[in-house]
Design a protein around this ligand. Structure first.
Ligand SMILES: Cc1ncc(COP(=O)(O)O)c(C=O)c1O
Length: 383
């Protein structure tokens, strides 16, 4: 049986057939089962902060599973306590809740919102917050929601203009959920000043501002967390993806009074914050700090942007740091992805007119040059 047959016969049809079977990775490269080598500029969708098989992560996970892999939330463990302190130091937050994925971090945020006692929740049109029923309720893409309705009530998806927020806001709004950059929408930036205005408006109405930094966090945008470029203090931030570098972990960091909203017995998860995944996140975040990868993300992001200007099909360049959206002048996203793969380059197209780049934060000048060479060919093939 081929891997395609195995996949088609055995795996639920919730996703389409993958384009390759990957068997090994190292740094910014992966290999498929036919021996083809790819430069990975998607990074497991903004997950692989340290790239593939980074020795620091391999060592931390290997040592932790050999020492104490899992307990339960009846017990504390040193890696969990260390990660809590580290995340609070990096985010400026007051308390953290640990879970296993981005969607679960959003679910925890929805629970915070419910605890305000207010019924309505706002999120943005074209946003993506996850696929569980609660996070899907917030996701502003009707095509993803429709098959699963009824979802959570009293959720409104508003336009990303500041005026729309002002209009929708009221004393019955519990929270606004916002991605600092809409990743799944094609890496789409918010209007200038949106987060600052959202902070002022939510605060004025006593509503929570909950930021979804699942895709933008852990140094990817050239700041530890994207909101830190604005100087605002949110009520909570949802984290996952890049903090674990490939090991499934999610977290909700809360600030001030919002950090006290959940009380004993109100939330939990079997695996949340277990020693294995928290040791992994400590290793990832520690290495990002030690190796100056936040600065590297900013520097290489600037280099990539500069090199993209003027290439065929490139209409605009969005995002920050190493979360980059390339707007195409023709709806050939899928064809560009296929041409890139033929050149030995992995990128993705969140929609017909956007290519998303989210490489490992460890990439250097050589990988950037190789990317530009391969990507240029993929664009030329479809121009
Ligand atoms: C901004 C954002 N929020 C939430 C999620 C959901 O995270 P997960 O797939 O880990 O549940 C994603 C995943 O792509 C995301 O990009």
């Amino acid at each position: 049986m081929t891997w395609q047959e195995q996949y088609s016969e055995n795996i639920m049809k919730s996703a389409s057939l993958p384009s390759a079977e990957l068997v090994r990775g190292e740094g910014a490269y992966v290999w498929d089962s036919e021996g083809t080598k790819y430069l990975d500029f998607l990074g497991g969708i903004a997950v692989l902060s340290l790239g593939h098989a980074h020795p620091v992560l391999v060592k931390a996970v290997s040592e932790q599973i050999a020492t104490l892999g899992h307990v339960s939330n009846y017990f504390a463990t040193p890696p969990q306590l260390e990660l809590a302190e580290r995340l609070l130091r990096l985010t400026g937050g007051d308390r953290v809740y640990f879970c296993n994925s981005g969607a679960e971090a959003i679910e925890a945020g929805i629970k915070l919102a419910r605890r305000t006692g207010r019924p309505r929740i706002l999120s943005l049109q074209n946003s993506f917050h996850g696929r569980t029923m609660g996070s899907l309720s917030l996701t502003g893409k009707p095509a993803l929601r429709e098959a699963f309705e009824p979802l959570l009530p009293n959720i409104e998806h508003i336009d990303s203009a500041i005026e729309a927020l002002e209009k929708a806001m009221g004393p019955d709004v519990a929270a606004l959920f916002v991605e600092p950059i809409k990743g799944e929408a094609g890496v789409v930036d918010l209007p200038e000043g949106y987060l600052e205005a959202a902070r002022e408006i939510t605060a004025r109405h006593g509503a929570l501002l909950i930021l979804d930094e699942i895709q933008t966090g852990a140094g990817r945008t050239g700041a530890w967390f994207a909101f830190q470029k604005t100087g605002i203090v949110p009520d909570a931030i949802a984290l996952a993806k890049g903090i674990g570098g490939g090991v499934p972990i999610g977290a909700l960091v809360a600030y001030g009074a919002a950090a006290e909203l959940l009380v004993a017995g109100q939330h939990g998860s079997t695996y949340g914050g277990n020693p294995l995944v928290t040791a992994a996140a400590n290793a990832v975040l520690g290495e990002i700090e030690r190796a100056g990868l936040v600065e590297n993300a900013e520097r290489q992001g600037i280099a990539i942007r500069k090199a993209l200007v003027g290439l065929p099909l490139v209409e605009d360049i969005r995002g920050q740091g190493l979360l980059i959206g390339v707007g195409l002048s023709k709806p050939v996203g899928a064809a560009v992805v296929a041409s890139a793969a033929a050149e030995g380059l992995i990128v993705n197209a969140p929609n017909d007119t956007s290519i998303r780049l989210a490489p490992a934060l460890i990439i250097g000048d050589a990988e950037v040059s190789e990317f530009i060479e391969k990507f240029t060919k993929a664009l030329e093939a479809n121009a």
